[in-house]
Design a binder for this molecule. Structure first.
Ligand code: ZN
Length: 88
């Protein structure tokens, strides 16, 4: 299954997801002095803390994901994320 090509919104959101994932990840790597501590922070988080961490480390991605969900609910489209992390 793939994104319907006629929907510009789906492609735009998909691009935004890939782009925000990339910039947020780079930002996080640039700002974290200690990768081990950062990993532990993720490993020992419960669901609530996990959401906080996402919000803190992936602010752009969270916005894009909210758009995706809204668009899917409004239109019934499905925005497929398989492989988008590798998209540049
Ligand atoms: Zn769409």
């Amino acid at each position: 299954m793939s994104v319907p090509e006629k929907c510009a919104e789906c492609s735009a959101i998909l691009r935004e997801l890939a782009e925000s994932w990339r910039t947020d990840t780079e930002q996080m790597r640039a700002s974290s002095a200690d990768p081990v501590e950062l990993r532990n922070e993720w490993l020992f988080s419960d669901d609530y803390q996990m959401r906080e961490l996402y919000q803190k480390h992936y602010p752009k991605l969270m916005v894009a994901r909210r758009k995706k969900t809204e668009h899917e609910i409004l239109t019934g489209h499905q925005i497929i994320l398989n492989g988008w992390r590798g998209a540049r």
